[in-house]
Each structure stands twice: as structure tokens, then as C-alpha cells.
Design a protein. Structure first.
Length: 83
């Protein structure tokens, strides 16, 4: 197991977890957040490091406590983008 990659993965997931809106991800430039196109359309990705990215699906739902949307990130895959 690559412990450094696991640590970076956890750090990346925590950044996603604490973002209150998808728009917040644009502010975290190190993530390189993007909506994917082509055969991966419907998924989004953020960088774990220079080689790996985390693919996820965005789903928006309304909170019972307020009318503001909550974004649920469903983690899909860790992809070696350059293989």
C-alpha cells in the first residue's frame, strides 16, 4: 500500500467533505476541480496529486432544515489519469 497516496486521498476527501457548495471547490486551486466530458460525462474530478485524480458524481438535494442546496459527493473511482 502506498501510504503517501492514502494520506493525500484522505486529505482530498476531507476538502470535499467540508466544502458547503460545489462552487467552493473552484476556490481550492490545488484540487483542479473540473466537470468531465466525453465518456466520463456526468462525473467530476479533483486531483489527489500530479498522477492520480478522484472521480465523483455530484448530486444536489435540499436540506430539511433550510432551502439551501446541499451537495452530496458520491465517490466513484481513483484514476491514474496518465496510464
Amino acid at each position: 500500500m502506498n501510504r503517501k497516496l492514502v494520506d493525500k486521498y484522505i486529505k482530498t476527501v476531507n476538502k470535499l467533505k467540508y466544502a458547503s457548495r460545489i462552487e467552493d471547490l473552484y476556490q481550492l486551486h490545488s484540487l483542479n476541480y473540473e466537470k468531465l466530458v466525453g465518456k466520463l460525462a456526468g462525473l467530476s474530478s479533483v486531483r489527489i496529486d500530479g498522477k492520480y485524480r478522484l472521480l465523483f458524481e455530484e448530486a444536489t438535494m435540499l436540506s430539511a432544515e433550510s432551502d439551501s442546496p446541499i451537495v452530496v459527493l458520491l465517490l466513484e473511482d481513483i484514476s491514474n489519469h496518465y496510464s
